[in-house]
Design a protein around this ligand. Sequence first.
Ligand code: URA
Length: 288
Amino acid sequence: MSQFHEALDATISHLEELKRVGVTHVPVRRETLEALGRPVAVTVAEPPVAQDAMRNTSPPVPVSRAESPDMFAERIQVSGSTKAEKLASLREQAVMCVKCKHLAASRTQVVFGVGNPEAELMFVGEAPGADEDAKGEPFVGRAGQLLTKIIETMGYKRGDIYIGNILKCRPNMPAGESGNRQPTGDEMKTCLPWLHAQIDIIQPKVIVALGAVAMRGLMPDMTTGITKLRGHWLLYRQIPLMPTYHPAYVLRAYTMQNRRAVWEDMLQVLEKLGRPITPKMRNYFKSE
Ligand code: URA
């Protein structure tokens, strides 16, 4: 079945389900309407599925993924000459993605990513939660507020950096259940090409992986747990990558030790980027 017909089927079944539960109107973003108005010329081929993506059997090796950085680009047509144009072109295709039919049917919208296409620093999280699904932007809930605070304490504005997730759709929950669930291995494998392409376009100088799921997505061969990995530089396709705790974990286990650990990781990031670090920043947790 063509990409177009898959998209059409998923849209129709999603709308029928909404109608069945009494929904009479649905919000449609301007960019989606624009994309729908265009001829169906955009072809998004089968997303590349890294066969090894979820196997964590190899010994830990702090190196980039084996496949070529262009692996995804071969399958997705990204147009434009600037990073902003390329990201916009990628986004146009991502918002139409229906590879995970269950997620396409349950999501409010695709949460593509946000921030500066020219960012030197990129944060990668796990997946959108309910707040992100509603707003269409990553990290806007409680964990997001903590992440924003961290970014600002580092001396950046949120708009200076780029924030993305391993999964672009909110992992669906069983009917009547609230909360969040972790992405499955299959969902990650299917969605990861979008993130690889985002990184290939942005080419940040440093990536911060927020938590174990982000690490598993970016470096599937790494078997070491996040507690041991955090604070240690790794390489993702030649880009320095710093693993740290996910802000949601820090909120759950709100200890001085965990908060200090994340901050120390961020100081290393600032050092790597040659950013100014004031004595106040250096002693942020030492003075408490
Ligand atoms: N947690 C994530 O990993 N990503 C988000 O966008 C929000 C919460």
